[in-house]
Ligand binder design. Structure first.
Ligand SMILES: [Zn+2]
Length: 495
């Protein structure tokens, strides 16, 4: 038995004014054939789970390719077509018995609101209807009904921060292998209540999500039901499928049972919709609270500049307020490739004036700062533990540490890098646990790494293309393509 493995993962934010092109994937990961095995095999990623299950079951693996880029603006059609063409050509050539496909589920291109659905459709056309296809999705997928028609099996991560990616891939592979061995095609159904879940309410260790996920695990015990995924969705995409979903996989003759389980969980989610709100602090309030918090470091969560949701990573709103309130001992990471180039030119010990920020005016104005270059680094590190995103090898590009007045530190990097691993700081010789305050450009995902050092966590309602409550910022989120009504945008929505 031979199973093909391929992945193309991107979370596309349609509210940032940039594109994700081939270069972004080359900087993230783009590899073909056997090359993907040493990179993704040891990772806490669904592809690592695929490869482990196939090896364990004695199934021959045909590695096709893997494309991954940091979340950002929509993917260009040219690169999307390139990946699809290569996947389809290879699959036609090698004629596998089954296919394991790692997708994100919130990839958008100018031509396709759900590029994942289009990719799946092209793969299906290439291999025909007889070959089973199992798909893994991110917890932030905006799932379409067509995905369920095109795939035999769909399993999504069930944690946020995503620390179960490996398990998700392993489960999808096991379901595919047993379908192949038993020569039975499973069935996948989708239920979509008309709501989206604001990002802070998506945390899976807190109610109501923790309770809804517990219900999902119970539904998996029903006869004939193989997998139940509660999928939170990605709110920062103006596409028809934006919102939460329930995806159920069952034995092929159990479609009614699958539909019933999906509707039941979707109804529970809908009934809890008013609880899916978590408040955040205003910028001045958060910094004031941080100054008097007894337990440090204080993490200021920069919700509007959530790099893992596609932003530039150089928002200055919080930094400006920290300087205004004369906070001592803070640490902030900013994407600032030009400033890094200057620091590298001048060298460690040099005194430097840099201008940072300003990519997205919603996230603050450019700031000119003066400091001493304390360290330079190539920006690469290895993260051995399960962290959100599942990557083992990290690269934030050439990086500089700049010491400002008042014992404040700026880490300036050259590749936009979400704060999913403390290695981003410790590899530079920094001790994040000893800082007074740290700006964390994320929403929830950082917690898998940062909870171990956090003294106080203050989510901050900063504006930007990942603002925590997009329904309250209509001027920044002019939704035109989503399905309406959609709660909480439409507070009186009925289902
Ligand atoms: Zn996600």
């Amino acid at each position: 038995m031979r199973v093909a493995v391929a992945g193309c993962l991107h979370e596309s934010n349609t509210f940032v004014g940039s594109w994700t092109d081939r270069r972004c994937f080359v900087e993230g990961y783009l590899g073909w054939g056997e090359a993907l095995i040493p990179v993704w095999g040891p990772a806490h990623h669904e592809v690592g789970g695929f490869l482990a299950a196939l090896a364990q079951e004695g199934v021959d693996t045909i590695p096709i390719g893997m494309a991954w880029a940091t979340p950002g603006g929509p993917v260009t059609d040219a690169f999307f077509d390139e990946v699809c063409d290569r996947f389809c050509t290879e699959l036609r050539r090698c004629r596998p018995d089954g296919i394991l496909l790692a997708l994100h589920g919130a990839m958008v291109t100018p031509r396709f609101h759900s590029a994942d659905t289009e990719l799946l459709s092209r793969v299906r056309s290439a291999v025909g209807d007889d070959i089973p296809v199992a798909v893994t999705l991110d917890f932030h997928a905006n799932v379409t009904a067509e995905m369920a028609d095109l795939a035999d099996i769909i399993v999504a991560y069930q944690t946020y921060p995503h620390v179960d990616q490996w398990q998700c891939g392993y489960k999808a592979a096991q379901l595919l292998i047993s379908a192949l061995r038993q020569k039975r095609r499973p069935v996948t159904v989708v239920a979509k209540p008309p709501l989206f879940i604001p990002i802070l309410a998506q945390e899976t260790q807190q109610p109501p999500m923790s309770e809804l996920l517990e219900q999902a695990r119970q539904l998996e015990q029903r006869p004939g039901v193989l997998a139940v995924s509660l999928v939170a969705g990605f709110p920062y995409a103006d596409v028809p499928a934006m919102g939460a979903s329930v995806v159920v996989v069952a034995q092929g003759d159990q479609r009614p049972a699958a539909a019933e389980a999906a509707e039941e969980l979707a109804a529970s989610l809908w009934s809890r919709r008013h609880q899916l709100q978590v408040p955040a602090y205003t910028i001045p309030e958060a910094v004031q609270r941080g100054c008097t918090a007894p337990s440090t470091p204080v993490l200021l969560i920069d919700l509007g500049d959530n790099i893992g949701g596609g932003t530039a990573g150089d928002g200055t709103r919080l930094l400006e307020e920290l300087l205004r309130q004369k906070v001592q001992g803070f640490l902030a990471v900013l994407w600032a490739p030009e400033a890094v180039a200057m620091a590298r030119q001048r060298g460690v010990g040099a005194s430097l004036t840099v201008t940072v920020g300003g990519t997205d005016p919603r996230q603050g104005s450019p700031l000119t700062l003066h400091g001493i270059v304390r360290a330079l680094h190539d920006g690469r590190w290895i993260e051995p533990d399960p962290r959100h995103g599942g990557r083992r090898f990290h690269d934030q590009g050439p990086t500089a540490v700049l010491e400002l007045d008042d014992d404040n530190l700026l880490v300036l990097n050259s590749l936009r890098t979400p704060p999913f691993s403390l290695g981003q700081l410790t590899s530079l010789g920094l001790e994040p646990a000893r800082r007074r305050m740290i700006i964390v450009k994320a929403a929830i995902a950082y917690k898998a790494a940062y909870t171990s050092i956090a003294g106080t966590i203050l989510p901050v309602d900063t504006p930007g293309p990942t603002a925590a409550q997009p329904h309250l910022w209509p001027e920044h989120f002019p939704y035109a393509r989503i399905s309406r009504p959609l709660f909480p945008l439409d507070a009186e929505a009925l289902w």
